[in-house]
Design a protein around this ligand. Structure first.
Ligand SMILES: C[S@@+](CC[C@H](N)C(=O)[O-])C[C@H]1O[C@@H](n2cnc3c(N)ncnc32)[C@H](O)[C@@H]1O
Length: 314
């Protein structure tokens, strides 16, 4: 009884304000952790609960608290968690192909609390991994890794950078990254927070300076006209939630607009779709999904264009 009065009740009272101070990196890590209850999950991530921070980590482990967070506090945006797991799976499938073709480096741009290097040793041991994020986010992540007792391998590198001040390529060249060799890059859950000109500058510098054979997977917010009408309220709730977290979204695109931006920047589209178009394939493979995938996200794979394609792109 004392435990409930002294710990649980005060915690429940403070929860809404504590949750408002979370970062989007912690929220998506919690979404991956909570998704592990799905049978089977789209993405297996036993480490997400260790990296999503103390409060959400407790929620991921203690079912009544997790239920409150996932159903009440974050309930309205939980359908969007489907894109968090789908985009990671989509990117890792593309990474598998790249690794098979001999690409030796993986750059996680805006890696947040993604546990990829721990949960995919099969891929992680075949590439040098570079995580780029704000220095403060990386300090938090390294502290959580240390507390969880996870080993950081010598091929797993952290580069602290604010991408509004430094380009991805400048951040990479300050590290052991080998610019002469191709790389696979992911920009998952990040384009949302970059204005179109910042995304274009990032894409341009990558296309201009990284080796041929490099490619990137990007997901982004679909503009209102391209979004599925059934998903309008999830879209609005998501925009409001990230604004409350102090990380308002900065951009939205149609599939064509993203195609044009990436071509103009020196990339050639390999694959592009609205993320909900991937839903059927996952349903066929896994049987059921916890939520319908909201039709508000685009995702694509883009390869650095050869000199001829760049000439055509003008
Ligand atoms: C929604 S989280 C996604 C994290 C991770 N990719 C995932 O899927 O779990 C967005 C990440 O982008 C990072 N980010 C956003 N803007 C950034 C910037 N200007 N420079 C560096 N990192 C940035 C945030 O710190 C955060 O970790």
């Amino acid at each position: 009884m004392r435990l409930i009065d002294e710990l649980v009740v005060p915690l429940l009272r403070q929860l809404p304000s504590l949750l408002r101070n979370l970062s989007t990196a912690d929220i998506v890590a919690f979404e991956r952790a909570w998704h592990q209850r799905a049978c089977p999950p789209v993405l297996e991530d036993p480490y997400a609960k260790l990296l999503c921070g103390p409060l959400l980590g407790l929620a991921a482990r203690f079912r009544p608290l997790g239920w409150y967070v996932a159903r009440v506090e974050l309930g309205r945006i939980m359908p969007a968690s489907m894109v968090v797991v789908i985009r990671a799976r989509y990117a890792e499938r593309a990474l598998e192909d790249a690794v098979e073709q001999g690409v030796p480096q993986y750059v996680m741009v805006g890696a947040g609390m993604d546990s990829f290097p721990f949960r995919r040793p099969d891929l992680a041991e075949r590439v040098e991994i570079y995580e780029i994020d704000h220095p403060a986010v990386q300090r938090r992540k390294l502290e959580r890794i240390r507390k969880a007792g996870l080993d950081v391998s010598s091929t797993h590198h952290f580069i602290g950078a604010d991408l509004t001040e430094v380009t991805v390529v400048d951040a990479l060249v300050s590290s052991s990254f080998d610019i002469a060799r191709p790389a696979f890059l992911s920009l998952l859950g990040v384009a949302y927070y970059l204005a179109p000109d910042a995304l274009e500058a990032t894409a341009r510098s990558i296309a201009a300076r990284l080796s041929p054979g490099s490619c990137i997977v990007v997901d982004y917010l679909l503009d209102q006209a391209s979004s599925a009408p059934r998903s309008v309220s999830v879209r609005e709730d998501l925009l409001n939630l990230v604004e409350d977290c102090g990380e308002p979204m900065q951009s939205e695109y149609s599939l064509d607009q993203m195609d044009t931006l990436m071509r103009r920047s020196g990339f050639e589209p390999v694959d592009a779709c609205a993320a909900d178009e991937l839903e059927d394939a996952y349903r066929r493979e896994l049987g059921s999904l916890p939520f319908e995938v909201p039709g508000i996200f685009g995702i694509g794979t883009f390869a650095i264009a050869g000199p001829r394609d760049r000439g055509e792109a003008g």
